[in-house]
Design a protein around this ligand. Structure first.
Ligand code: A3P
Length: 286
């Protein structure tokens, strides 16, 4: 019951990009860069798409993939060749962020968090469908303990989240905008507007509502999903990065016992954090 991953700098990363991973160390940050930082399956594609449309100031832009801006997945020289302002993303833990980003503090970071139970379900489907990379064939009941103990690429959600929260606290001069998958769902217009303000982009009402429309789950599933490289083993499968796009799908997957087990770990690992404030009140839902 394990999945294939790449060990680098003491942590597990996805196995599919052994050549580009060095970019995590050598990345050259530029003024104007916006980097979406999130644990996998937290809405990275969604927020990255919003970010690049906001940066462009228009919604009529050529289709490119979120993974074209993924620091650990694109060769450094290719990232260098992109013109500014760049929309980038990474799932790196805070302490493994490219040094320049943390030292120069010239990039804008967009930190996205999501209910770790929905992340678990989404990540399970990701690992199962990308069997050609992860060679994972376990069932949900097998995957659940793997996720809880962080034996997946990017490791523990709990450690990732604590690390970023602490990193943001300890570095008040970093330019960081914090949002969550749930807030984006509940109040999409308002959240996109806040993101626009943070990026120094236009907050024109029509533009904001166009960005909201272009980045809706249904429209991204068609406009992006059809063309993205990451497809399931069977290339005719539904786009895997646009699975369900809902809040609370974990309730369809977690057993009562799994829910109790999850809550015990969540309480122990997260007490005193922002994530605890965000998600502990929904713990009783089942
Ligand atoms: P589900 O598997 O729960 O559907 P990431 O981009 O970080 O890999 O996150 C993927 C998750 O975000 C998936 O969750 C995916 O369906 C959801 N998602 C992708 N695009 C979205 C959008 N435009 N609106 C809402 N959710 C979206």
């Amino acid at each position: 019951n394990t999945l294939k991953a790449l060990k680098y700098k003491g942590r597990l990363w996805p196995a599919f990009a052994p050549e580009s991973i060095r970019g995590v160390e050598t990345f050259k940050s530029r003024d104007g860069d916006a980097i979406v930082v999130a644990y996998p399956k937290s809405g990275t594609h969604w927020v990255w798409e919003m970010t690049r449309l906001l940066q462009a100031g228009k919604t009529d832009v050529p289709m490119i993939e979120k993974d074209d801006g993924m620091i650990e997945d694109v060769l450094p020289e290719k990232l260098e060749s992109q013109s500014s302002p760049r929309a980038l993303n990474t799932h790196a833990h805070f302490e493994l962020m490219p040094k320049e980003v943390l030292n120069k503090k010239n990039c804008k970071l967009i930190y996205v968090t999501r209910d770790p139970r929905d992340v678990a379900v989404s990540y399970f489907n990701h690992h199962r469908k990308l069997v050609q990379y992860y060679e994972y064939k376990g069932q949900w009941k097998d995957y659940f303990p793997l996720y809880l103990s962080g034996k997946v690429d990017y490791e523990s959600w709990f450690a990732y989240t604590r690390g970023w929260e602490q990193g943001i606290k300890d570095n008040p001069d970093l330019q960081v905008h914090v949002t969550s998958y749930e807030a984006l769902h509940e109040n999409t217009n308002e959240e996109v507007k806040k993101l626009a303000q943070f990026l120094g982009a236009s907050t024109d009402e029509t533009f904001i509502s166009d960005v909201v429309k272009m980045t809706s789950f249904d429209s991204m599933k068609v406009s992006k999903g059809k063309n993205e490289t990451f497809k399931g083993k069977d290339q005719t499968e539904a786009p895997i990065m646009y699975r369900k796009g809902k809040v609370g799908d974990w309730k369809n997957w977690f057993t009562v016992a799994q829910s109790e087990q999850f809550n015990a770990v969540f309480d122990r690992e997260m007490v005193g954090t922002m994530a605890f404030e965000l998600y502990s009140h929904t713990k009783q839902d089942q």
